[in-house]
Ligand binder design. Structure first.
Ligand code: ATP
Ligand code: MG
Length: 698
């Protein structure tokens, strides 16, 4: 629903926004719209936050945002050290708040924030919040796979559990700087294990507990952990996954390559599998429940330098072999806490639920660290969003009175496909702010999320960021800006995005090109594990002087940023550069299209042609007419030049385990290079590929 622009009184205080640095775009026209000096047209498609939400928000107007943004980029040292001072530092950082070399031509790429400062992120998440009176506040609500199976934990209780595990880890010889691999499902023990490592200065490497033994072994070999932490099994939906068996084979494989892990600490996840049924290697395997409770519930903190490593995490592998991203302590702490607070407009009364698994960066920064640093109450969900039925998410929202709900477009689209009735039978009254991450969210999915899930009441924070960036980079601040469905809006404080052309030249104003960042921010990754050279060539060499994100992006006349997908997904049809995201959005707006993935294929005349994989809504039959009307939708919304040359029916799409479409594989199928499909080990369901190949000529 559109609001009368001139009634947004709180936005009237805006003075001039024309002085924004060019990186944030020109927003004078937007300014005029907000002030009521210009009339918004249908095409502007602005969605305003409610006045109540806006006036109570941390950042309540574009003007306030601008003041803070300006300071953050003109005086990064002052801006970030003020925020960092809200945390506990055993020793303050040195004279220089940050140090960076962002330019490969000037030597080694190096980023440091708060160097010399001594702190501990676990202390800041738990002890600090307890000291300020939040000890009895619920830290985690845990919801099991089976409805009715749940538990919760206060900050005091969480600290006690973390300390017991930390003491155990020390006892078995884990020291500061040692690696620990965590292969756990979404049990409370997962954040507990992360925090326990952080407490003693150990480096955690969480591996998503859906990865194969082979992928797990690769990661074990890469970081050589002293301890692997897992559980015997987990229920996800109606399936049981025997995690311990996967770990057994991974440990066997890595031992054959000479990497021996001393301890495999195994949690008995009773709801899925009894102890007695679990295969056991004496001497190496230890039951969590047998040992941990014997340890003291307090544990001294290991104070670490801000630049000491906190964790290692692999990217989701959408574009190829996963990269081992390394994050350090101080900057990451300050950055995740701050982005969480502002992008979700977090208030102490909020109940927050992020559906991501801790096996991904989203689960690191926005299930564990960001929320706990803010003393928030977090919902951790073990199960699948469609079990026992597709209303499960809203059941959980109502049960815990969730006010901030953060998820991925893939989930939004899959629920949209099931129909509104599964949503509307729940209240969802507690919801206040929604969030999206992982892929561009198509405007039609955005609207459904906004109108149906959020009852047209909750702003959507469409957060663009990456494993590499540690935290949000381009994101709405609910309350500050009118939103545009499908746009991630504006840069977060301290982030200077630039759009460059093929030659690496910055383009101003309304444009599209390659999304880069001009200088460092506290949450930036510092290297790729064991391969600083790959770090420099992958991210800093394509456009010297900039961090290159790998994503394509455009900026509209009001300065809003629109992510258009990976740059290698930009298709050049007869000289028109078309983002795959654009064509996909048009397809998905067709009422019978549930999901679409578009890739480029060689085309004799046009250079590249558009090849679309399309999943249709449950129960609708494939037909030639449907094919034609899908093509029509694209012609009408974008233009004839963007009309797909081929529609390939896709009962399912190849996705990474984090839910992203793997276009690399689709490109090979589209060009029928079937023997070159490459590494499919990070696919959630490899059988989808055979299905697609079988349907290639239908
Ligand atoms: P790999 O780098 O191994 O190919 P990946 O890029 O999928 O894996 P992540 O770091 O989990 O691994 O994902 C970051 C990417 O996800 C971004 O570069 C971008 O392409 C996409 N992305 C994340 N959030 C958004 C968003 N809000 N809008 C558009 N794209 C997004
Ligand atoms: Mg990536």
């Amino acid at each position: 629903p559109r609001k009368n622009l001139t009634t947004s009184n709180h936005l009237r205080h805006v003075e001039s926004m024309a002085h924004l640095p060019s990186g944030a775009g020109r927003i004078t026209r937007l300014n005029a719209l907000i002030l009521g000096d210009a009339l918004a047209s249908e095409e502007d498609d602005l969605v305003f936050p409610s006045e109540v939400l806006s006036t109570q928000a941390h950042v309540s107007s574009p003007q306030k945002y601008l003041e803070m943004y300006q300071r953050s980029v003109h005086d990064p040292s002052g801006f970030w050290s003020d925020i960092a001072s809200e945390f506990y530092w055993r020793e303050k950082w040195g004279q220089q708040v940050y140090h960076e070399n962002f330019d490969v031509r000037k030597g080694k790429i190096k980023i440091e924030w708060f160097k010399g400062g001594m702190t501990n992120i676990c202390y800041n998440c738990l002890d600090r919040n307890i000291e300020s009176g939040k000890g009895d506040k619920t830290a985690i609500y845990w919801e099991g796979n089976e409805p009715g199976l749940d538990s919760s934990m206060t900050y005091n209780q969480l600290l006690a559990r973390v300390c017991q595990l930390a003491n155990y880890l020390k006892d078995v010889g884990v020291h500061k700087g040692d690696a620990v691999v965590i292969y756990l499902p979404m049990l409370m023990e997962l954040p507990i294990a992360m925090l326990a490592c952080a407490r003693i200065g150990a480096i955690h490497s969480v591996v998503f507990a859906g990865f194969s033994a082979e992928s797990l072994a690769q990661r074990i070999i890469d970081c050589r952990p002293k301890v692997v932490i897992t559980c015997n099994a987990v229920r996800r939906g109606s399936k049981i996954i025997y995690l311990k068996e996967i770990v057994d084979s991974a440990l066997l494989e890595s031992a054959q390559k000479g990497i021996v892990t001393d301890v495999c600490l195994t949690y008995e996840n009773e709801s899925a599998m009894k102890k007695e049924m679990t295969k056991w290697t004496k001497g190496r395997d230890i039951w969590w429940q047998d040992v941990i409770l014997k340890y003291p519930v307090t544990c001294d903190v290991e104070w670490v330098d801000a630049e000491d490593p906190l964790f290692l995490l692999y990217t989701s592998g959408s574009t190829g072999k996963p990269k081992g991203v390394l994050h350090t302590t101080g900057g990451y702490m300050v950055y995740t806490a701050t982005t969480f607070k502002y992008a979700f407009d977090y208030k102490p009364t909020d109940i927050y639920w992020c559906t991501a698994d801790c096996g991904w960066i989203t689960g690191h920064s926005y299930v564990t660290y960001g929320p706990l640093l803010n003393g928030a109450t977090v919902v951790v969900f073990e199960g699948a969003p469609n079990y026992p039925d597709v209303g499960r998410c809203w059941d959980i929202v109502d049960k815990y009175k969730v006010s901030i709900f953060y998820t991925a477009p893939t989930l939004v689209r899959s629920l949209m496909r099931e129909g509104d009735e599964h949503v509307s039978r729940y209240s969802r009254k507690s919801l206040r702010v929604l969030g999206s991450v992982g892929e561009p969210i198509n405007p039609s999915a955005w609207r459904w999320f906004f109108n149906v899930i959020g009852d047209a009441r909750c702003p959507i924070s469409d957060t663009w960021w990456q494993t590499e960036t540690g935290g949000f980079m381009i994101t709405p601040l609910p309350g500050a800006w009118p939103q545009k469905p499908g746009s991630a809006t504006f840069p977060f404080f301290g982030v200077q995005p630039v759009i460059v052309d093929e030659k690496g030249v910055e383009i101003e104003g309304e444009c599209s090109g390659y999304l880069c960042v001009k200088s460092s921010w506290p949450g930036a990754f510092r290297t790729l594990h064991g391969d600083h050279e790959r770090y420099e060539t992958t991210y800093f060499s394509a456009f010297p002087g900039y961090y290159f994100s790998g994503d394509g992006c455009s900026r509209d006349k009001d300065g809003y940023y629109w992510l258009t997908g990976r740059v290698d997904d930009v298709i050049n049809v007869s000289g028109h550069r078309i983002g795959t995201a654009e064509v996909e959005s048009a397809l998905v707006s067709h009422p019978q299209c549930a999901e679409a993935a578009v890739v480029g294929v060689e085309h004799e005349v046009k250079g590249q042609g558009i090849y679309a994989f399309v999943t249709i809504v449950e129960g609708v039959p494939y037909s030639d007419d449907l094919r034609k009307s899908l093509v029509m939708v694209v012609r009408n919304q974008i233009g004839a030049f963007a009309a797909p040359d081929k529609i390939h029916w896709a009962p399912g799409l190849p996705k990474t385990r984090s839910g992203k479409i793997m276009r690399r594989i689709l490109r090979k199928i589209a060009s029928r290079q079937l023997d070159e499909l490459g590494d499919t080990s990070t696919l959630a369901d490899p059988t989808v590929v055979d299905q697609l190949i079988a349907l290639a000529d239908c």
